[in-house]
Design a protein around this ligand. Structure first.
Ligand SMILES: Nc1ncnc2c1ncn2[C@@H]1O[C@H](COP(=O)(O)OP(=O)(O)O)[C@@H](O)[C@H]1O
Ligand code: SF4
Ligand SMILES: [Mg+2]
Length: 404
């Protein structure tokens, strides 16, 4: 029995089709391997999805409307420091600039501890930024007063990794989803109940569970409650922070599918945070790769997966298993040496130089800037440039160093 079956769903209760169950783990994996294994035999429906996924062009380009402009955002956490020792700082987000376009899913990927959650929370001011700006509707969220920011939060919501920790255990489902509706005075009285029940159906839950408590549900169902709560205020932008990482593999595809469906129906814009490259590729239009507080690569998701520029991104992608034994056997895997350095005292210059197989002396001094290396494809590495974008070639010839 899968965890999703612990309680009857809408389908087995009244015989209707479930809202979200039109993708299986197998097709999910098949889709994810589309670009690496074009020879797999798919059924017609999967083949069509794969064809769409393999299309190189993005739904978004530089003419698309920008919803959020993040500029040089910084979050420094103070750690330690006492009577006799100076405080130290974790530069969790260290000068991030990004545009998020209306209706897109921007995937944010990177190893654990690189600052993904902090960036997501800082955009919504759930963590206070140390510096920088977040422009939304011609206002800088990073510098709004607390009360003005509370009003904005109606438009900007977050879905968390651990739905159990983020739901109040003493409130039932109706109260959990109804709370933001009342707080933001979206409706009142009996109409709150109707709105709650509609939201439950929207996320694929039976409305008869409205009086139940979070502990009575499976992980997947709890995440649906978290999503319904985020949707309750009819937001424009959602930060989804590892929304599937705590879930059983068989449930992950269902929640991803639900997020996709909701995006289409409600024209939502997502910042989708995950350390799981397969999930990022499945859901994202563009992808931003983060390393120790900085964005090191940014581009159309399919382009980044097919043709990563940064040694770090190449290593991350090479570690994703391909569900085709022949391809898997032939694949070259780049193993990163060394641990992720401490963010309290990160390596100078390019943060990645302690683990990078292409590092040269200059990498220890120069902080690489995010440069458009190929059209709409950005990378922060001093050994690649628009003229010499291939780091493997540059390593052979010694090319690519700024000033050479
Ligand atoms: N409240 C905090 N105080 C001090 N350090 C923190 C705090 N929150 C996160 N950090 C540190 O900031 C860095 C980035 O954390 P986080 O944003 O959670 O990374 P990720 O989501 O990519 O795993 C980590 O080194 C983490 O230990
Ligand atoms: S700047 Fe240097 S250390 Fe950083 S990714 Fe490029 S080659 Fe590697
Ligand atoms: Mg995190």
């Amino acid at each position: 029995m899968t965890e999703e079956n612990e309680f009857p769903t809408k389908e087995n209760e009244n015989g209707e089709e479930p809202v979200t169950e039109n993708i299986t783990v197998e097709t999910f994996d098949a889709e994810l391997s589309a670009t690496e294994s074009p020879t797999l035999n798919y059924d017609a429906e999967t083949a069509e999805r794969v064809r769409k996924l393999a299309m190189p062009e993005s739904r978004f380009d530089e003419t698309s409307e920008v919803l959020l402009s993040i500029r040089n955002l910084q979050v420094y956490y103070k750690v330690g420091g006492g009577l006799f020792s100076a405080p130290k700082f974790v530069k969790a987000v260290d000068g991030v600039s990004l545009d998020i376009r209306k209706g897109e899913t921007l995937g944010l990927v990177g190893e654990s501890g690189c600052g993904k959650s902090t960036l997501g929370k800082a955009i919504l001011r759930l963590t206070e930024p140390t510096g920088g700006q977040v422009y939304y509707n011609n206002r800088d969220l990073a510098n709004l007063s607390q009360s003005a920011m509370r009003n904005e939060r109606k438009n900007l919501q977050m879905i968390f990794q651990d739905p159990y920790a983020s739901l109040n255990p003493r409130m039932n489902v109706g109260q959990i989803i109804g709370e933001p509706i009342r707080t933001f005075k979206i409706s009142n009285g009996k109409s709150v109940d109707a709105t709650v029940q509609n939201l439950m159906e929207t996320v694929g839950m039976s409305r008869r569970f409205v009086k139940r408590y979070p502990h009575e549900f499976s992980g997947g169902q709890r995440q649906r409650i978290g999503i319904a709560r985020a949707l309750a205020v009819d937001p424009e932008f959602i930060v989804a922070d590892e929304p599937i990482s705590a879930l059983d593999v068989s449930i992950q595809a269902q929640i991803m599918n639900l997020l996709e469906k909701l995006q289409t129906e409600k024209n939502l814009t997502y910042l989708f945070i995950s350390h799981d490259l397969r999930a990022i590729r499945h859901l994202s239009d563009r992808v931003a790769v983060m390393y120790l507080g900085r964005i090191v690569e940014l581009g159309n998701s399919k382009t980044v997966y097919r043709d990563p520029l940064m040694p770090y991104t190449k290593a991350l992608i090479s570690a994703v298993p391909v569900p085709d034994p022949e391809i898997e056997a032939k694949r070259e895997r780049i193993i990163l040496t060394g641990d992720v350095p401490s963010p309290i005292n990160p390596p100078k210059g390019c943060h990645f130089h302690t683990r990078c197989p292409f590092a040269i002396a200059e990498c220890k001094q120069i902080v690489p800037q995010l440069v458009e290396i190929k059209p709409k494809h950005f990378a922060a590495c001093i050994r690649i440039s628009p003229e010499n974008p291939d780091i493997d070639e540059n390593a052979k010839t010694g090319l690519g160093v700024i000033g050479n």
